[in-house]
Design a protein around this ligand. Structure first.
Ligand SMILES: [Zn+2]
Length: 343
């Protein structure tokens, strides 16, 4: 296990209490995969505190540098900040990243700048797990100016989408870590996005559907693993009777921005297809998996996604309803040109 700064380790008792919450089977039986691999230095906790402003600024510096000789990497920039401020971003200002970019642009290497920052490597690895699918080359279908047709454009930049389709209203607040009591006492490991029943829910990042169906906590829920297998996206409480896009099943591959299902208020019931949640909302969660033993073995790592949802508000997927099937689908095609497969 890697050493983490004091204050970053949670009390493990609280983690044990919530571990069953997102499980596919609803059982906590320890499987063989729960044995941690022999590899040392596996990260076992991430306290994600980066504000949306810092993510936006770091990504802008990364994107702008692509035309220049010295390329900046937004993950490195954010890891530097966290290592420098001890994971306390309360005093964050854009000028901190401007000053860092200036040093890098003048020829100082990140290795030199971080020589004395003990936890830089930890943050770099943690943030790589969070962000490796977020920024890169992609191809997107764009409407022609005359409105007649569409064409494809190649771009570099943010290539993940908000889980809420474009044109559909939602509200949220930072509710990570709040208490929940259905079934057993536990803490809230995601962000609740409040909206109307039937709001199309979109895959934030592409990947493979790993779980789909009923779970007594999440109701109709869908879990998608990123192609590099480091991130598991959890979308819960989907609509009664018609929760998912009809052609999806476990094992289906989806792209970032694809419609996957519809907002509802199912869950908190052993019986399937029951509306037992008072307020209609999407529960969105993001789990990090550095080792397969962390998938569902009482040592899950869920991060606070509130600021990430804020970041993704600028990339909303436009969707259209098929009047015959009642399913929605994306309007504009998308190809990820830099998909990481973990190889
Ligand atoms: Zn929730």
């Amino acid at each position: 296990m890697i050493a983490v700064p004091s204050g970053m380790k949670r009390v493990w008792i609280s983690l044990c209490c919530i571990a069953c919450f997102p499980l596919a089977s609803g059982s906590c039986a320890l499987a063989a995969s729960c044995e941690q691999s022999d590899e040392q230095n596996i990260i076992n906790w991430v306290d994600f505190n980066v504000p949306c402003e810092a993510m936006k600024k770091a990504i802008a510096l990364d994107v702008d540098s692509q035309e220049k000789d010295i390329k900046l990497n937004f993950i490195e920039l954010l890891a530097y900040l966290a290592a420098q401020n001890g994971n306390d971003f309360s005093g964050y200002r854009d000028k901190q990243l401007d000053a860092l970019a200036e040093q890098l642009n003048s020829g100082t290497s990140m290795a030199e700048l971080t020589k004395k920052l003990t936890y830089y490597n930890y943050y770099y690895e943690a943030y790589t797990a969070i962000f490796s699918g977020f920024v890169g080359d992609y191809e997107i279908e764009v409407a022609d100016e005359d409105g007649e047709g569409t064409h494809w454009e190649q771009r570099y930049g943010l290539k993940v989408f908000s889980p809420i389709a474009k044109g559909f209203a939602y509200s949220h607040y930072d509710d990570f870590g709040n208490t929940r009591s259905y079934g057993f006492s536990r803490i809230h490991l995601g962000n609740d996005l409040l909206g109307l029943v039937g709001t199309p829910i979109v895959a934030v990042e592409g990947g493979v559907i790993e779980a789909m169906g009923w779970n007594q906590y999440g109701g109709w829920r869908i879990g998608i693993r990123s192609l590099d297998s480091k991130r598991y996206y959890y979308y819960a409480h989907l609509r009664k009777n018609f929760p998912f896009r009809k052609d999806l099943t476990v094992g289906s591959v989806v792209s970032a921005g694809d419609v996957i299902g519809y907002m509802g208020r199912t869950g908190y019931s052993i019986k399937e297809n029951v509306n037992n949640i008072e307020t209609t909302h999407l529960h969105f969660g993001m789990q990090l998996i550095f080792d397969e033993s962390q998938k569902e073995c009482n040592n899950e790592i869920w991060i606070n996604v509130y600021e990430i949802i804020q970041l993704l508000d600028q990339t909303r997927s436009e969707v259209v309803k098929n009047q015959e099937t009642k399913d929605y689908s994306r309007v504009y095609g998308f190809h990820d040109l830099s998909e990481t497969t973990g190889e």
